[in-house]
Design a protein around this ligand. Structure first.
Ligand code: ATP
Ligand code: MG
Length: 414
């Protein structure tokens, strides 16, 4: 095969996927699909699966920087670099390294070369030295610093081509969205639940969202926040579905027969039952919440167990061991924080007692629910739910055909 002419490309490395054995091709296929989707609207980019890495040929691409930024948000990617693709002869490598260091200000540098095959005539150490001397000849004002180099020029040599780059950005890590199945996240307008949903995306899940609102008892601010949060989170999973569940009437029913200290827990138990029905329709075998142990009364160990008692699906709580500062920092990095802190009154502020209980048992909850027609309330929530769809990049298309099952009866995705 002829050596490639020097051309621009992006090099994508993954970490966790490379630890998979038998299933690696499945994970890689999902990652490739997600990459194509994430950058599809930006311009032409041919994807090639190479040993241990994915290469995107960006020849003629109008905006390689935008491609890199999008790739940083693709779950499963450990790091991304815009690189020069060139031949794997020493001469070609010298020239590419020379180009990588021109027009850059640096006082110290190092070469980090890796050979993906052992028949290359030089060892990695010899290659580092040969290319390092070349840089020193070009830039005699600079010095080599292996530990604290200002510029790290990386060279990856494959049998018929090589990649040279000097800056790589961390990716999201984890597993590609879609490789771990679907989960249904209970999304409030707060800080925690969007972070919880995102953490599940990073574990390879596609997330469908369920938001409980109290329109017409409260303004529709919480729905607007939920939409904005889902729109932002959709950048990580390309299409999303949001179920908006009317909960105000259900809360009114609860207030009529449940004593104040038990109400929050009964609301929560009804929420998970409704979310469970919607989740099953969406093909999601688990629920997700933004609970963090001890954060508020409903999140003590006893009360979490009491909520679990009402659910027929596992409730995943990815933030359970995180404190508020850690969660807030993640929300800020994610870009959801600014939406979450917008003032609103969601259903959790409607009919909420001043002193909620912290130790409700499943038996006490069942007793408190005796005056309610739980099945009717859950049915009303499910039937009243409306579904909205989101896509990213905008216009790239909505759900795959499978998603039609996710639509609750009586409503249509927009
Ligand atoms: P967040 O936890 O998102 O910051 P919050 O702190 O106001 O919001 P909590 O009272 O901590 O909410 O509720 C715990 C969890 O219950 C939330 O993380 C979320 O998963 C779920 N939840 C609470 N309210 C709602 C709602 N209105 N719609 C959907 N899920 C909700
Ligand atoms: Mg919370």
């Amino acid at each position: 095969m002829a050596a490639p002419v020097p051309s621009p490309c992006a090099i994508v490395h993954y970490h966790e996927i490379s630890l998979k054995r038998g299933n690696r091709p499945l994970f890689l296929r999902q990652l490739q699909d997600n990459i194509r989707r994430a950058i599809g609207d930006l311009g032409p980019a041919r994807l090639a699966q190479l040993p241990g890495r994915i290469m995107l040929d960006l020849t003629g691409h109008p905006d390689p920087g935008a491609v890199r930024d999008r790739l940083c948000r693709v779950a499963g990617i450990a790091n991304v670099a815009l690189a020069e693709r060139t031949g794997s002869s020493l001469d070609a490598l010298r020239q590419a390294v020379g180009r990588a260091v021109t027009k850059r200000a640096f006082a110290s540098f190092r070469i980090t070369a890796r050979r993906a095959f052992k028949s290359f005539p030089l060892t990695s150490v010899e290659l580092n030295r040969a290319l390092g001397s070349h840089v020193l000849a070009l830039r005699p004002d600079c010095r080599v610093d292996l530990d604290h180099a200002e510029l790290d020029v990386r060279v990856e040599v494959l049998p018929s081509e090589a990649f040279v780059y000097s800056e790589r950005r961390p990716g999201a890590g984890g597993l590609p969205v879609g490789s771990s199945g679907t989960v249904a996240a209970l999304l409030s307008g707060g800080i925690d639940s969007p972070v919880a949903a995102w953490r599940m995306m990073k574990r390879g899940c596609r997330v469908v969202f369920v938001h409980f609102h109290s329109v017409p008892y409260l303004p529709d601010t919480s729905q607007k926040k939920a939409r904005e949060l889902v729109a932002r989170l959709t950048q990580w999973q390309y299409f999303s579905q949001l179920f908006l569940v009317p909960f105000g009437e259900i809360q009114r029913e609860v207030v009529l027969s449940v004593p104040p200290p038990a109400r929050v827990m009964i609301y929560r138990r009804l929420m998970v039952r409704i979310a469970e029905r919607l989740a099953r329709r969406a093909g999601a075998p688990a629920l997700v919440t933004g609970d963090s142990l001890g954060q508020v009364a409903s999140q003590t160990l006893h009360n979490l167990a009491c909520i679990d008692d009402a659910a027929g699906l596992p409730i995943l709580r990815p933030l359970i061991g995180m404190d508020k500062l850690e969660i807030t920092a993640q929300a800020e990095a994610l870009g959801t924080f600014e939406v979450s802190i917008e003032p609103d009154a969601d259903c959790c502020t409607l009919f909420v007692p001043a002193h909620p209980g912290t130790r409700m048992s499943a038996e006490e909850a069942a007793a408190a629910e005796r005056g309610l027609d739980v099945e009717a309330l859950v049915g009303a929530g499910v039937e009243g739910a409306t579904a909205e769809s989101f896509d990213f990049p905008p216009g790239a298309g909505i759900f795959p055909a499978r998603s039609s099952r996710a639509t609750p009866r009586g409503s249509a995705p927009e």
